[in-house]
Design a protein around this ligand. Structure first.
Ligand code: UD2
Length: 324
């Protein structure tokens, strides 16, 4: 990839949890990054490092351009002034999405238009402008409920939510654009991503963000179900390494899981977080959530073999960083 004086890397959803960490990393690596975000869930504060006072109130450092844009309405107009100034877009990481599985069940049409529609707009831009690589944030939700663990990429996909369906449809669109229009594209299926900047404020926020927030305040942690369900929790820094690799040349049409290959029960997770925060919180149990999957654990061979990436952050270290 090229330096900040050269072509541009676009991060859609770049003010969000994962997108802002990716933006940090790409700028550190010397890229000029254009963040497209509609700020519905993304926050300027996540990019505070690059919003320096010497570039004016709300202005960004020369390595970052921040553009308010709802990706599901198209990205040509938002990017035109930037490309006129700095030249063409070379790479796009497409992370902008409606991220809640539960909202997708309540509002499937909104979900489909934002998530699948947004992907089509990105791919249309990539086709028209000859973008060198698109990396797409897919999800373990494409698998649905599978009995075989760990889950490999060749496991039949049977999503059980509109969210999973539109992530899978987006993967199919990537494949179509790669095949028919020659747009190099890679999809990464994220497992349960956690880390600093994950917003705990919604009841459907990631469990680690909610538990960490409560454990720090000495409040009770609520476990849904018997707590024996497992998840493969992967630290955001490791996910970013996967994305950076996916943005590089090669591996077009590759789909890869992004997880650790391990799993932990929700009860074990709760106990660990309570302990790390000084042991003041109680743990209570509430009825199981509808549509809950019992186990989730990624096969990670392809991530290692195709991208040279191994998620190496130990859970306890990632939890400490999240709490801090
Ligand atoms: C994750 C992803 C989702 C999708 C899905 C695919 C997140 C935030 N969500 O959903 O986008 O990709 O995987 O399968 O990464 N829990 C509690 N107490 C709480 C909150 C949660 O016990 O206060 C439990 C919850 O019932 C579940 C586990 O913790 O068993 C993880 O929940 P989650 O909402 O973090 O993520 P998940 O796996 O439902």
């Amino acid at each position: 990839m090229s330096s900040s004086s050269g072509p541009i890397a676009v991060v859609t959803g770049g003010a969000g949890f994962i997108g802002s960490h990716l933006t940090d990393r790409l700028i550190e690596l010397g890229h000029r990054v254009v963040v497209l975000d509609d700020f519905r869930t993304g926050k300027r504060a996540n990019l505070a490092r690059w919003l320096t006072p010497e570039h004016g109130f709300g202005g960004a450092s020369p390595a970052l351009e921040l553009v308010t844009c709802d990706v599901s309405h198209g990205i040509f107009a938002a990017l035109a002034p930037i490309t006129a100034k700095y030249g063409r877009v070379e790479r796009i990481a497409h992370l902008a999405a409606q991220v809640s599985v539960v909202s997708s069940v309540a509002n499937p049409l909104v979900d489909m238009s934002v998530n699948y529609g947004g992907t089509l707009h990105v791919l249309e831009y990539a086709r028209a402008m000859g973008v060198a690589k698109v990396a797409f944030a897919s999800s373990a939700a494409v698998y649905g409920d599978v009995s075989e663990m760990p889950v490999g990429e060749d496991t039949p996909t049977r999503p059980v939510s509109p969210y999973g369906i539109d992530k899978l449809a987006s993967e199919l669109a990537l494949d179509y654009y790669a095949n028919v229009h020659g747009v190099p594209a890679t999809a990464l299926r994220f497992f349960n991503v956690y880390g600093p900047r994950q917003d705990p404020s919604s009841p459907y926020s990631g469990v680690i963000s909610i538990f960490a927030d409560r454990a720090r305040a000495g409040r009770t942690l609520t476990i849904f179900g018997d707590g024996q369900q497992t998840r493969d929790f992967v630290y955001v820094g490791d996910v970013v390494r996967g994305l950076v690799a996916a943005l590089g040349d090669g591996n077009s049409r590759t789909v890869a899981n992004v997880g650790t290959g391990g799993e932990i029960t929700v009860t074990e997770l709760a106990r660990t977080l309570v302990e790390l925060c000084g042991g003041k919180s109680a743990i209570e149990y509430a009825p199981q959530r509808a549509g809950e999957i019992l186990r989730s654990r990624a096969r990670v061979d392809r991530l290692r073999e195709a991208f040279g990436v191994v998620a190496e952050t130990r859970l306890v270290d990632g939890l400490r960083a999240t709490i801090a």
